[in-house]
Write a protein that binds this ligand. Structure first.
Ligand code: NAD
Length: 489
Protein backbone atom coordinates (compact mmCIF):
# COMPACT_ATOMS: atom_id res chain seq x y z
CA UNK A 1 0.00 0.00 0.00
CA UNK A 2 3.04 2.29 -0.16
CA UNK A 3 3.43 5.10 -2.62
CA UNK A 4 5.78 8.00 -3.07
CA UNK A 5 4.06 11.35 -3.36
CA UNK A 6 5.24 14.91 -3.71
CA UNK A 7 4.03 16.79 -0.68
CA UNK A 8 3.11 20.17 -2.08
CA UNK A 9 0.22 22.54 -1.83
CA UNK A 10 -2.35 21.59 -4.43
CA UNK A 11 -4.00 24.65 -5.89
CA UNK A 12 -7.61 24.88 -7.03
CA UNK A 13 -7.96 23.86 -10.68
CA UNK A 14 -9.74 26.60 -12.58
CA UNK A 15 -9.86 27.43 -16.28
CA UNK A 16 -7.74 24.43 -17.24
CA UNK A 17 -4.82 25.27 -14.96
CA UNK A 18 -3.79 25.49 -11.30
CA UNK A 19 -5.27 28.49 -9.51
CA UNK A 20 -2.99 29.27 -6.57
CA UNK A 21 -4.20 31.60 -3.84
CA UNK A 22 -2.37 33.18 -0.93
CA UNK A 23 -4.88 34.57 1.50
CA UNK A 24 -7.07 31.54 2.04
CA UNK A 25 -7.20 29.18 5.00
CA UNK A 26 -5.35 25.96 4.27
CA UNK A 27 -6.22 22.37 5.05
CA UNK A 28 -3.65 19.60 5.43
CA UNK A 29 -4.36 16.23 3.88
CA UNK A 30 -3.31 13.26 6.01
CA UNK A 31 -2.82 9.71 4.82
CA UNK A 32 -4.95 7.50 7.08
CA UNK A 33 -2.40 4.71 6.51
CA UNK A 34 0.15 6.36 8.79
CA UNK A 35 -1.15 9.76 9.85
CA UNK A 36 1.44 11.60 7.76
CA UNK A 37 0.71 14.82 5.88
CA UNK A 38 0.72 14.13 2.14
CA UNK A 39 -0.60 17.42 0.85
CA UNK A 40 -2.27 20.69 1.60
CA UNK A 41 -5.04 22.66 -0.07
CA UNK A 42 -6.46 26.18 0.16
CA UNK A 43 -10.09 26.47 1.19
CA UNK A 44 -11.99 28.59 -1.32
CA UNK A 45 -13.27 32.02 -0.41
CA UNK A 46 -15.72 34.13 -2.38
CA UNK A 47 -13.15 35.44 -4.88
CA UNK A 48 -12.05 31.90 -5.77
CA UNK A 49 -15.64 30.74 -6.20
CA UNK A 50 -16.30 33.79 -8.39
CA UNK A 51 -13.23 32.95 -10.50
CA UNK A 52 -14.44 29.37 -10.91
CA UNK A 53 -17.91 30.53 -11.94
CA UNK A 54 -16.45 33.03 -14.42
CA UNK A 55 -14.17 30.32 -15.90
CA UNK A 56 -17.08 27.87 -16.11
CA UNK A 57 -19.25 30.45 -17.87
CA UNK A 58 -16.47 31.06 -20.42
CA UNK A 59 -15.96 27.30 -20.78
CA UNK A 60 -19.66 26.80 -21.37
CA UNK A 61 -19.63 29.23 -24.30
CA UNK A 62 -17.29 26.83 -26.12
CA UNK A 63 -18.33 23.45 -24.72
CA UNK A 64 -22.07 24.04 -24.81
CA UNK A 65 -21.76 24.86 -28.52
CA UNK A 66 -19.72 21.76 -29.30
CA UNK A 67 -21.72 18.96 -30.89
CA UNK A 68 -22.44 15.92 -28.74
CA UNK A 69 -20.49 13.75 -31.20
CA UNK A 70 -17.41 15.90 -30.64
CA UNK A 71 -17.97 16.19 -26.88
CA UNK A 72 -17.82 12.45 -26.40
CA UNK A 73 -14.55 12.27 -28.37
CA UNK A 74 -12.97 14.11 -25.42
CA UNK A 75 -14.43 11.52 -23.04
CA UNK A 76 -13.07 8.64 -25.15
CA UNK A 77 -9.62 10.22 -24.84
CA UNK A 78 -10.14 10.87 -21.12
CA UNK A 79 -10.99 7.19 -20.54
CA UNK A 80 -7.79 6.20 -22.32
CA UNK A 81 -5.74 8.63 -20.21
CA UNK A 82 -7.29 7.42 -16.96
CA UNK A 83 -6.41 3.84 -17.92
CA UNK A 84 -2.85 4.84 -18.84
CA UNK A 85 -2.46 6.66 -15.52
CA UNK A 86 -4.19 4.00 -13.42
CA UNK A 87 -1.13 3.19 -11.28
CA UNK A 88 -0.56 6.82 -10.26
CA UNK A 89 -4.25 7.58 -9.78
CA UNK A 90 -4.98 4.52 -7.67
CA UNK A 91 -1.87 5.08 -5.51
CA UNK A 92 -2.91 8.67 -4.84
CA UNK A 93 -6.57 7.80 -4.25
CA UNK A 94 -5.61 5.04 -1.81
CA UNK A 95 -3.06 7.16 0.03
CA UNK A 96 -5.42 10.04 0.70
CA UNK A 97 -8.43 7.87 1.53
CA UNK A 98 -6.73 5.05 3.43
CA UNK A 99 -8.22 2.21 1.39
CA UNK A 100 -6.07 -0.45 -0.31
CA UNK A 101 -4.61 0.24 -3.75
CA UNK A 102 -6.70 -2.64 -5.16
CA UNK A 103 -9.86 -0.97 -3.81
CA UNK A 104 -8.79 2.37 -5.28
CA UNK A 105 -8.24 0.73 -8.67
CA UNK A 106 -11.67 -0.89 -8.46
CA UNK A 107 -13.37 2.44 -7.74
CA UNK A 108 -11.63 4.11 -10.68
CA UNK A 109 -12.71 1.23 -12.92
CA UNK A 110 -16.28 1.73 -11.74
CA UNK A 111 -15.93 5.44 -12.58
CA UNK A 112 -14.69 4.48 -16.06
CA UNK A 113 -17.96 2.58 -16.57
CA UNK A 114 -19.82 5.86 -16.20
CA UNK A 115 -17.45 7.48 -18.71
CA UNK A 116 -18.26 4.64 -21.12
CA UNK A 117 -21.96 5.25 -20.58
CA UNK A 118 -21.46 8.96 -21.23
CA UNK A 119 -19.62 8.26 -24.50
CA UNK A 120 -22.75 6.48 -25.75
CA UNK A 121 -24.80 9.67 -25.39
CA UNK A 122 -25.10 10.26 -29.16
CA UNK A 123 -26.68 6.80 -29.45
CA UNK A 124 -28.96 7.02 -26.43
CA UNK A 125 -30.16 10.62 -26.56
CA UNK A 126 -32.96 9.42 -28.85
CA UNK A 127 -34.43 12.82 -29.60
CA UNK A 128 -38.09 12.32 -30.44
CA UNK A 129 -39.87 13.72 -33.49
CA UNK A 130 -43.48 12.99 -34.46
CA UNK A 131 -45.61 14.39 -37.30
CA UNK A 132 -48.43 15.56 -35.04
CA UNK A 133 -50.65 16.96 -37.81
CA UNK A 134 -50.43 17.04 -41.59
CA UNK A 135 -47.08 18.73 -42.37
CA UNK A 136 -46.50 19.63 -38.73
CA UNK A 137 -43.59 18.09 -36.82
CA UNK A 138 -43.15 18.25 -33.09
CA UNK A 139 -39.65 17.56 -31.79
CA UNK A 140 -37.97 17.37 -28.39
CA UNK A 141 -34.36 18.49 -28.07
CA UNK A 142 -32.20 18.30 -24.94
CA UNK A 143 -30.06 21.27 -23.97
CA UNK A 144 -27.42 21.64 -21.26
CA UNK A 145 -28.24 23.73 -18.20
CA UNK A 146 -25.02 25.79 -18.15
CA UNK A 147 -22.77 25.91 -15.09
CA UNK A 148 -23.40 22.97 -12.77
CA UNK A 149 -21.78 21.79 -9.54
CA UNK A 150 -20.87 18.46 -7.94
CA UNK A 151 -20.16 18.17 -4.20
CA UNK A 152 -18.62 14.87 -3.13
CA UNK A 153 -17.71 12.88 0.01
CA UNK A 154 -14.43 11.42 1.25
CA UNK A 155 -15.08 7.73 0.73
CA UNK A 156 -14.66 7.54 -3.06
CA UNK A 157 -12.26 10.30 -4.17
CA UNK A 158 -12.48 9.25 -7.84
CA UNK A 159 -15.66 7.23 -8.34
CA UNK A 160 -18.25 9.57 -6.86
CA UNK A 161 -17.05 12.61 -8.86
CA UNK A 162 -17.06 10.26 -11.87
CA UNK A 163 -20.74 9.44 -11.23
CA UNK A 164 -21.43 13.06 -12.08
CA UNK A 165 -19.04 14.91 -14.34
CA UNK A 166 -18.81 12.49 -17.31
CA UNK A 167 -22.57 12.60 -17.95
CA UNK A 168 -22.91 16.30 -17.06
CA UNK A 169 -20.07 17.13 -19.48
CA UNK A 170 -21.36 14.84 -22.23
CA UNK A 171 -24.65 16.72 -21.93
CA UNK A 172 -22.77 19.98 -22.65
CA UNK A 173 -22.60 21.60 -19.21
CA UNK A 174 -19.52 23.12 -17.63
CA UNK A 175 -18.76 21.59 -14.24
CA UNK A 176 -17.38 22.82 -10.92
CA UNK A 177 -16.36 20.05 -8.53
CA UNK A 178 -16.17 20.78 -4.80
CA UNK A 179 -14.55 17.59 -3.64
CA UNK A 180 -14.23 16.51 -0.03
CA UNK A 181 -11.50 18.55 1.65
CA UNK A 182 -10.30 15.26 3.16
CA UNK A 183 -9.49 13.74 -0.27
CA UNK A 184 -8.90 16.67 -2.65
CA UNK A 185 -5.81 15.43 -4.50
CA UNK A 186 -7.21 12.76 -6.85
CA UNK A 187 -9.92 15.08 -8.29
CA UNK A 188 -7.28 17.58 -9.43
CA UNK A 189 -5.46 14.79 -11.30
CA UNK A 190 -8.75 13.94 -13.03
CA UNK A 191 -9.09 17.62 -14.01
CA UNK A 192 -5.59 17.63 -15.49
CA UNK A 193 -6.43 14.53 -17.53
CA UNK A 194 -9.63 16.12 -18.84
CA UNK A 195 -7.62 19.12 -20.04
CA UNK A 196 -5.08 16.79 -21.63
CA UNK A 197 -7.95 14.96 -23.34
CA UNK A 198 -8.92 18.20 -25.09
CA UNK A 199 -11.66 19.60 -22.85
CA UNK A 200 -11.87 23.38 -23.34
CA UNK A 201 -10.52 25.46 -20.45
CA UNK A 202 -13.16 26.22 -17.86
CA UNK A 203 -15.47 23.33 -18.78
CA UNK A 204 -14.20 21.45 -15.71
CA UNK A 205 -12.94 23.10 -12.52
CA UNK A 206 -12.06 21.88 -9.05
CA UNK A 207 -12.44 24.17 -6.05
CA UNK A 208 -11.20 23.00 -2.69
CA UNK A 209 -13.16 23.97 0.33
CA UNK A 210 -15.40 23.13 3.21
CA UNK A 211 -18.90 24.27 4.13
CA UNK A 212 -18.13 27.90 3.28
CA UNK A 213 -17.38 26.96 -0.32
CA UNK A 214 -20.52 24.81 -0.45
CA UNK A 215 -22.65 27.70 0.79
CA UNK A 216 -21.14 30.14 -1.72
CA UNK A 217 -21.87 27.72 -4.56
CA UNK A 218 -25.42 27.08 -3.35
CA UNK A 219 -26.13 30.81 -3.13
CA UNK A 220 -24.66 31.69 -6.53
CA UNK A 221 -27.42 32.25 -9.08
CA UNK A 222 -25.15 31.32 -11.99
CA UNK A 223 -25.15 27.73 -10.75
CA UNK A 224 -28.07 25.92 -12.36
CA UNK A 225 -27.86 22.46 -10.81
CA UNK A 226 -26.13 20.72 -7.92
CA UNK A 227 -25.37 17.03 -7.55
CA UNK A 228 -24.43 16.11 -3.98
CA UNK A 229 -23.26 12.89 -2.35
CA UNK A 230 -22.54 12.69 1.38
CA UNK A 231 -24.24 12.20 4.74
CA UNK A 232 -28.03 12.54 4.99
CA UNK A 233 -27.86 15.56 7.29
CA UNK A 234 -25.79 17.57 4.81
CA UNK A 235 -27.67 16.12 1.80
CA UNK A 236 -30.95 17.45 3.21
CA UNK A 237 -29.35 20.83 3.97
CA UNK A 238 -27.88 21.10 0.46
CA UNK A 239 -31.19 20.07 -1.09
CA UNK A 240 -33.17 22.65 0.86
CA UNK A 241 -30.71 25.52 0.43
CA UNK A 242 -30.07 24.79 -3.24
CA UNK A 243 -33.72 24.48 -4.24
CA UNK A 244 -34.50 27.66 -2.29
CA UNK A 245 -32.32 29.58 -4.74
CA UNK A 246 -34.05 27.94 -7.71
CA UNK A 247 -31.53 25.24 -8.50
CA UNK A 248 -32.12 21.68 -9.49
CA UNK A 249 -30.66 19.52 -6.72
CA UNK A 250 -30.16 15.79 -6.42
CA UNK A 251 -28.57 14.94 -3.06
CA UNK A 252 -27.65 11.38 -2.16
CA UNK A 253 -27.35 10.73 1.58
CA UNK A 254 -26.17 8.15 4.08
CA UNK A 255 -27.25 4.57 4.59
CA UNK A 256 -27.86 1.69 6.96
CA UNK A 257 -27.96 -1.47 4.89
CA UNK A 258 -29.62 -4.69 6.04
CA UNK A 259 -28.60 -8.16 4.89
CA UNK A 260 -30.98 -11.05 5.56
CA UNK A 261 -29.61 -14.58 5.82
CA UNK A 262 -32.13 -17.40 5.30
CA UNK A 263 -31.47 -20.93 6.58
CA UNK A 264 -31.34 -22.24 3.00
CA UNK A 265 -28.55 -19.85 1.95
CA UNK A 266 -25.32 -21.27 0.55
CA UNK A 267 -23.04 -21.15 3.64
CA UNK A 268 -19.69 -20.57 1.87
CA UNK A 269 -20.92 -18.00 -0.63
CA UNK A 270 -22.94 -16.18 2.02
CA UNK A 271 -20.15 -15.99 4.58
CA UNK A 272 -17.57 -14.67 2.11
CA UNK A 273 -20.01 -12.26 0.51
CA UNK A 274 -21.36 -10.82 3.76
CA UNK A 275 -17.86 -10.30 5.13
CA UNK A 276 -16.67 -8.58 1.93
CA UNK A 277 -19.71 -6.31 2.00
CA UNK A 278 -19.20 -5.24 5.62
CA UNK A 279 -15.43 -4.75 5.48
CA UNK A 280 -14.54 -3.57 1.97
CA UNK A 281 -13.10 -0.03 2.14
CA UNK A 282 -13.09 -0.54 5.93
CA UNK A 283 -16.88 -0.37 5.96
CA UNK A 284 -16.83 3.18 4.59
CA UNK A 285 -19.20 2.51 1.71
CA UNK A 286 -22.77 3.70 1.47
CA UNK A 287 -23.56 0.19 0.18
CA UNK A 288 -21.79 -1.67 3.01
CA UNK A 289 -23.56 -4.33 5.06
CA UNK A 290 -24.25 -2.92 8.49
CA UNK A 291 -27.04 -5.01 10.05
CA UNK A 292 -27.13 -8.77 9.60
CA UNK A 293 -30.61 -10.20 10.11
CA UNK A 294 -30.08 -13.91 10.80
CA UNK A 295 -33.33 -15.84 10.34
CA UNK A 296 -33.80 -18.76 12.74
CA UNK A 297 -32.01 -21.85 11.41
CA UNK A 298 -29.16 -19.91 9.78
CA UNK A 299 -26.93 -20.03 12.90
CA UNK A 300 -24.22 -22.27 11.34
CA UNK A 301 -23.64 -19.58 8.70
CA UNK A 302 -22.90 -17.05 11.45
CA UNK A 303 -20.09 -19.27 12.66
CA UNK A 304 -18.53 -19.19 9.19
CA UNK A 305 -18.96 -15.43 9.04
CA UNK A 306 -17.11 -15.11 12.33
CA UNK A 307 -14.22 -17.23 11.02
CA UNK A 308 -14.00 -15.18 7.80
CA UNK A 309 -14.03 -11.88 9.69
CA UNK A 310 -11.39 -12.98 12.16
CA UNK A 311 -9.11 -13.89 9.23
CA UNK A 312 -9.01 -10.34 7.82
CA UNK A 313 -5.56 -8.78 8.26
CA UNK A 314 -6.05 -5.13 9.13
CA UNK A 315 -3.56 -2.95 7.28
CA UNK A 316 -3.06 -5.59 4.58
CA UNK A 317 -6.46 -6.86 3.40
CA UNK A 318 -8.29 -3.88 4.83
CA UNK A 319 -7.24 -0.25 4.89
CA UNK A 320 -7.67 2.48 7.47
CA UNK A 321 -10.63 4.70 8.29
CA UNK A 322 -10.50 8.32 7.23
CA UNK A 323 -9.50 10.13 10.43
CA UNK A 324 -8.77 9.83 14.16
CA UNK A 325 -12.24 11.32 14.75
CA UNK A 326 -13.85 8.54 12.66
CA UNK A 327 -11.81 5.89 14.51
CA UNK A 328 -12.92 7.24 17.87
CA UNK A 329 -16.56 7.42 16.75
CA UNK A 330 -16.56 3.84 15.42
CA UNK A 331 -14.83 2.43 18.50
CA UNK A 332 -17.32 4.33 20.67
CA UNK A 333 -20.19 2.41 19.07
CA UNK A 334 -18.41 -0.91 19.78
CA UNK A 335 -17.73 0.04 23.40
CA UNK A 336 -21.30 1.13 24.06
CA UNK A 337 -22.73 -2.00 22.38
CA UNK A 338 -20.62 -4.17 24.69
CA UNK A 339 -21.61 -2.13 27.73
CA UNK A 340 -25.23 -2.57 26.67
CA UNK A 341 -24.93 -6.36 26.86
CA UNK A 342 -24.13 -7.27 23.24
CA UNK A 343 -21.44 -9.88 22.62
CA UNK A 344 -18.33 -9.01 20.60
CA UNK A 345 -17.64 -12.08 18.46
CA UNK A 346 -14.79 -10.17 16.83
CA UNK A 347 -13.49 -6.96 18.44
CA UNK A 348 -11.67 -4.51 16.16
CA UNK A 349 -10.81 -1.92 18.81
CA UNK A 350 -7.24 -0.98 19.59
CA UNK A 351 -5.65 -2.74 16.63
CA UNK A 352 -2.09 -1.72 15.92
CA UNK A 353 -0.62 -2.27 12.47
CA UNK A 354 3.09 -2.95 12.63
CA UNK A 355 5.09 -0.15 11.07
CA UNK A 356 1.96 2.01 10.83
CA UNK A 357 1.37 2.66 14.50
CA UNK A 358 0.05 6.16 13.75
CA UNK A 359 -2.46 4.95 11.15
CA UNK A 360 -6.19 5.25 11.76
CA UNK A 361 -7.06 1.57 11.86
CA UNK A 362 -10.14 -0.15 13.21
CA UNK A 363 -10.22 -3.93 12.88
CA UNK A 364 -13.25 -5.80 11.56
CA UNK A 365 -15.90 -6.18 14.22
CA UNK A 366 -18.82 -8.58 14.62
CA UNK A 367 -21.37 -7.82 17.32
CA UNK A 368 -23.95 -10.46 18.25
CA UNK A 369 -27.04 -10.17 20.44
CA UNK A 370 -28.00 -6.75 19.15
CA UNK A 371 -31.59 -5.57 19.51
CA UNK A 372 -33.20 -3.87 16.50
CA UNK A 373 -33.60 -0.68 18.54
CA UNK A 374 -29.93 -0.51 19.70
CA UNK A 375 -27.94 2.44 18.39
CA UNK A 376 -25.48 0.18 16.55
CA UNK A 377 -28.43 -1.31 14.62
CA UNK A 378 -29.92 2.10 13.83
CA UNK A 379 -27.15 4.69 13.28
CA UNK A 380 -24.85 4.86 10.27
CA UNK A 381 -21.54 3.82 11.88
CA UNK A 382 -19.53 3.97 8.63
CA UNK A 383 -16.79 1.60 9.72
CA UNK A 384 -16.06 -2.16 9.63
CA UNK A 385 -18.74 -3.06 12.15
CA UNK A 386 -21.45 -5.64 11.52
CA UNK A 387 -24.31 -5.92 14.03
CA UNK A 388 -26.19 -9.22 14.23
CA UNK A 389 -29.91 -9.16 15.01
CA UNK A 390 -31.50 -12.60 15.29
CA UNK A 391 -35.08 -12.93 14.00
CA UNK A 392 -37.64 -15.71 13.75
CA UNK A 393 -38.85 -15.11 10.20
CA UNK A 394 -38.33 -13.23 6.96
CA UNK A 395 -41.37 -11.09 7.77
CA UNK A 396 -39.80 -10.05 11.07
CA UNK A 397 -36.62 -9.16 9.18
CA UNK A 398 -38.64 -7.08 6.72
CA UNK A 399 -40.34 -5.16 9.53
CA UNK A 400 -36.91 -4.15 10.85
CA UNK A 401 -35.56 -3.28 7.40
CA UNK A 402 -38.66 -1.30 6.47
CA UNK A 403 -38.56 0.70 9.71
CA UNK A 404 -35.07 2.11 9.13
CA UNK A 405 -35.14 5.66 7.78
CA UNK A 406 -32.51 5.08 5.08
CA UNK A 407 -32.99 3.13 1.86
CA UNK A 408 -29.84 2.64 -0.15
CA UNK A 409 -29.32 -1.13 -0.27
CA UNK A 410 -30.82 -4.33 1.14
CA UNK A 411 -29.87 -7.90 0.36
CA UNK A 412 -31.03 -11.44 0.96
CA UNK A 413 -29.12 -14.71 0.91
CA UNK A 414 -31.27 -17.67 -0.08
CA UNK A 415 -31.42 -20.54 -2.54
CA UNK A 416 -35.16 -20.08 -3.08
CA UNK A 417 -36.20 -17.81 -5.97
CA UNK A 418 -39.65 -17.24 -4.49
CA UNK A 419 -38.17 -16.07 -1.19
CA UNK A 420 -35.83 -13.76 -3.08
CA UNK A 421 -38.72 -12.26 -5.03
CA UNK A 422 -40.82 -11.83 -1.87
CA UNK A 423 -37.97 -9.90 -0.24
CA UNK A 424 -37.02 -7.86 -3.34
CA UNK A 425 -40.56 -6.58 -3.68
CA UNK A 426 -40.96 -5.65 -0.02
CA UNK A 427 -37.58 -4.25 1.08
CA UNK A 428 -37.64 -0.46 1.29
CA UNK A 429 -34.44 0.35 -0.61
CA UNK A 430 -33.45 1.50 -4.07
CA UNK A 431 -30.86 -1.20 -4.70
CA UNK A 432 -31.54 -4.85 -3.85
CA UNK A 433 -29.11 -7.75 -3.79
CA UNK A 434 -29.98 -11.42 -4.10
CA UNK A 435 -26.90 -13.31 -2.92
CA UNK A 436 -25.04 -10.05 -3.62
CA UNK A 437 -23.92 -8.02 -0.61
CA UNK A 438 -22.94 -4.82 -2.42
CA UNK A 439 -25.70 -4.51 -5.04
CA UNK A 440 -24.23 -1.54 -6.89
CA UNK A 441 -25.97 -1.63 -10.29
CA UNK A 442 -23.55 -1.85 -13.20
CA UNK A 443 -24.10 0.81 -15.85
CA UNK A 444 -26.45 1.36 -17.64
CA UNK A 445 -28.48 0.47 -14.54
CA UNK A 446 -28.46 3.56 -12.44
CA UNK A 447 -27.32 4.24 -8.87
CA UNK A 448 -29.76 5.65 -6.35
CA UNK A 449 -31.42 4.95 -3.02
CA UNK A 450 -34.77 5.68 -1.43
CA UNK A 451 -36.04 7.43 1.70
CA UNK A 452 -33.43 9.47 3.64
CA UNK A 453 -30.69 8.12 1.37
CA UNK A 454 -31.81 10.55 -1.33
CA UNK A 455 -33.27 14.05 -1.49
CA UNK A 456 -34.61 15.01 -4.90
CA UNK A 457 -35.84 13.01 -7.84
CA UNK A 458 -34.15 10.19 -9.75
CA UNK A 459 -30.82 8.39 -9.68
CA UNK A 460 -27.37 9.93 -9.90
CA UNK A 461 -26.22 7.90 -12.94
CA UNK A 462 -27.88 6.37 -16.01
CA UNK A 463 -30.86 7.83 -17.86
CA UNK A 464 -31.98 9.83 -14.82
CA UNK A 465 -28.64 11.64 -14.88
CA UNK A 466 -29.18 12.66 -18.50
CA UNK A 467 -32.55 14.09 -17.50
CA UNK A 468 -31.05 15.80 -14.44
CA UNK A 469 -28.21 17.55 -16.30
CA UNK A 470 -30.36 18.73 -19.25
CA UNK A 471 -33.51 20.64 -20.05
CA UNK A 472 -35.80 19.93 -22.97
CA UNK A 473 -37.07 22.21 -25.68
CA UNK A 474 -40.16 21.24 -27.66
CA UNK A 475 -40.04 22.56 -31.23
CA UNK A 476 -43.13 22.56 -33.46
CA UNK A 477 -42.47 23.11 -37.17
CA UNK A 478 -44.80 23.43 -40.17
CA UNK A 479 -43.57 23.38 -43.75
CA UNK A 480 -45.70 23.47 -46.90
CA UNK A 481 -44.37 20.64 -49.03
CA UNK A 482 -45.81 21.99 -52.30
CA UNK A 483 -44.61 25.57 -51.77
CA UNK A 484 -41.20 24.33 -50.65
CA UNK A 485 -41.08 27.14 -48.15
CA UNK A 486 -42.31 28.03 -44.71
CA UNK A 487 -46.10 28.40 -44.69
CA UNK A 488 -45.77 31.75 -42.93
CA UNK A 489 -43.67 33.38 -45.65
P1 NAD B 1 -20.26 14.74 4.51
O1 NAD B 1 -21.73 14.91 4.39
O2 NAD B 1 -19.61 15.10 5.80
O3 NAD B 1 -19.51 15.61 3.38
C1 NAD B 1 -19.91 15.56 2.03
C2 NAD B 1 -19.58 16.90 1.39
O4 NAD B 1 -20.30 17.94 2.05
C3 NAD B 1 -18.11 17.28 1.46
O5 NAD B 1 -17.71 17.83 0.23
C4 NAD B 1 -18.06 18.30 2.58
O6 NAD B 1 -17.04 19.27 2.41
C5 NAD B 1 -19.43 18.95 2.52
N1 NAD B 1 -19.90 19.40 3.83
C6 NAD B 1 -19.61 18.84 5.04
N2 NAD B 1 -20.24 19.52 6.03
C7 NAD B 1 -20.93 20.50 5.44
C8 NAD B 1 -21.80 21.53 5.94
N3 NAD B 1 -22.04 21.68 7.25
N4 NAD B 1 -22.35 22.39 5.06
C9 NAD B 1 -22.12 22.26 3.73
N5 NAD B 1 -21.31 21.29 3.20
C10 NAD B 1 -20.73 20.42 4.04
O7 NAD B 1 -19.94 13.22 4.11
P2 NAD B 1 -18.55 12.44 4.21
O8 NAD B 1 -18.26 12.18 5.65
O9 NAD B 1 -17.52 13.11 3.38
O10 NAD B 1 -18.94 11.08 3.48
C11 NAD B 1 -19.55 9.99 4.11
C12 NAD B 1 -21.05 10.03 3.92
O11 NAD B 1 -21.38 10.00 2.53
C13 NAD B 1 -21.75 8.80 4.51
O12 NAD B 1 -22.91 9.22 5.17
C14 NAD B 1 -22.07 7.95 3.30
O13 NAD B 1 -23.15 7.06 3.47
C15 NAD B 1 -22.38 9.00 2.30
N6 NAD B 1 -22.28 8.50 0.93
C16 NAD B 1 -23.46 8.30 0.27
C17 NAD B 1 -23.43 7.80 -1.01
C18 NAD B 1 -24.72 7.58 -1.77
O14 NAD B 1 -24.68 7.40 -2.96
N7 NAD B 1 -25.87 7.58 -1.13
C19 NAD B 1 -22.21 7.50 -1.63
C20 NAD B 1 -21.03 7.73 -0.92
C21 NAD B 1 -21.09 8.24 0.38
Amino acid sequence: METTLDITTTAHYIGGKPFPTVHERTHDVYSPWNGEIIGSVSLATESTIDAAIEAAQQGFKVWGNTSVKNRVQVLFKFKQLVEENMAELSALCAAENGKTVAEAKAEIEKGIEVVEYATSLPQILGQQMVEVSSGVDCQTKRFPLGVVVGITPFNFPAMVPMWMFPIALACGNSFILKASEQVPLTPVKLGELLTKAGLPDGAFNVVHGDKDAVNLLLENLAVKAVGFVGSSKIAKYVYEKGTLSGKRVLAMGGAKNHLVVMPDADPELTAKNVVASANGCAGQRCMAASVLLMVKGSEPILEKIQVEIAAIRTGIDMGAVISPVAKERIEGYITRAEANGAKLLVDGRNVVVEGKENGYYVGPTLIDGVMASDECACDEIFGPVLSVVRVDSLDEALVIENANPYGNAAAIYTSNGGTARYFSERASAGMIGVNVGVPVPREPFSFGGWNDSRFGVGDITGEDAIRFWTQTKKITTKWEVSAGKNWMS
